[in-house]
Design a protein around this ligand. Structure first.
Ligand code: ATP
Ligand code: MG
Ligand code: FE
Length: 332
């Protein structure tokens, strides 16, 4: 299967066998382009995808050492994401499927993040997925392959978005998540910040209050003419985010009798989160599945892995497939 991912600021093309074996996974990040604006500029992202997609298709096929005639299907992220960015991938996918007379499979980007785990682990259901990415923070109950029931979600900012926003306020480069993670590991002391638990039985999340608390600390230092304690703030912020994620995820594992806890999305690359979840899962005696670091952030191999769910059921899309910026996971 050839898979294409262009939902945000990574252009990626992969060749994946049986939803499990990566033959190639070419990723071109636009981070340097967007860095000077402090975040992704949608129109610039679309144009960059257009520039890269053709040579990346060629490179992915070449690296896999296959001919186009050996392909069985074309998979492409149909949503959610930036409309202009998604369109580039969807049009490329349709063109290839049409030219090669192959089935087309539209894939939900978050299903991709979750099924990145299938490239390295055996999934056992029921499982709980904790999705933490640039645009999503969700707890998802999965009772079988491709069955997604969202039991909790963020009511405001996504975890990755909060990381990026507080990093920007402290003058760190975009994307801020990895920088905050590194500083949090290095700092010896932390600035205490609030935890947002919401109602006792809720699996929802909220990070905007925490973000405002960080901004207040930063602004107070600036007003007093003092240096911003970037590392101590990073440590306090990360501790607050992780406490809430770990607590709610493990409560869900117990309540639903999950056989595994699966971590997915860009923030799954966070060292603090990985180690705290691993500790907790050991206590719970439930395996923790995490993707390898390189498969946490956006890539097309994960799209090929998720597409296999549809291939298995021979559920294909027509040439009417549309880019859906707001595509719902439960309706995919
Ligand atoms: P979505 O998948 O929700 O559409 P996205 O595709 O933009 O959003 P991803 O590529 O999944 O997001 O993840 C990018 C996010 O992950 C960024 O917010 C980035 O800061 C964050 N991130 C990456 N590495 C780390 C890390 N080590 N610690 C914390 N956050 C991280
Ligand atoms: Mg990205
Ligand atoms: Fe993503």
């Amino acid at each position: 299967m050839l898979a294409i991912e262009t939902s945000c600021d990574e252009t990626s093309v992969a060749i994946v066998e049986n939803g499990k074996i990566i033959r190639s996974n070419v990723i071109s990040s636009q981070i340097e382009t967007h860095q000077r604006y402090g975040g992704v500029v949608p129109e610039v992202a679309s144009r960059k995808h257009v520039e890269s997609i053709t040579w990346m298709l060629e490179e992915a096929v070449q690296e896999a050492g296959i001919s186009l005639q050996e392909l069985s299907a074309i998979a492409v992220t149909e949503g959610p994401g930036l409309i202009g960015a998604l369109l580039v991938g969807v049009v490329a996918g349709k063109a290839l499927a049409c030219a090669l007379d192959l089935p087309l499979i539209g894939v939900h980007h978050i299903a991709g993040h979750i099924y990145a785990n299938q490239l390295v682990h055996e999934l056992e259901y029921p499982l709980i997925s904790l999705v933490v990415s640039g645009g999503h923070t969700e707890l998802i109950l999965m009772e079988g392959p491709g069955q997604f029931r969202i039991i909790g979600r963020t009511r405001d900012d996504a975890a990755g978005e909060a990381y990026d926003k507080i990093a920007r306020a402290m003058g760190l480069p975009y994307p801020g998540g990895p920088h905050v993670d590194r500083l949090a590991q290095e700092a010896e002391s932390e600035i205490k910040l609030p935890r947002s638990w919401l109602e006792a039985d809720s699996y929802d999340f909220s990070f905007s209050g925490l973000k405002s608390a960080v901004l207040n600390v930063v602004n107070q230092s600036k007003m007093r003419g003092e240096a911003v304690q970037v590392a101590q703030i990073a440590k306090g912020f990360q501790a607050s985010v992780i406490d809430v994620l770990v607590e709610k995820a493990s409560r869900a594992v117990r309540e639903y009798g999950a056989k595994q806890l699966l971590l997915a999305g860009g923030v799954a690359a966070n060292k603090g989160l990985r180690s705290r979840l691993a500790e907790r899962c050991e206590q719970l005696n439930v395996p923790l599945l995490v993707p390898p670091l390189g498969l946490c952030t956006d890539n097309a191999a994960m799209i090929g892995a998720a597409a296999f769910l549809k291939w298995d059921k021979q559920e294909f899309d027509s040439m009417e497939l549309k880019a859906e910026p707001q595509l719902k996971l439960e309706e995919w």
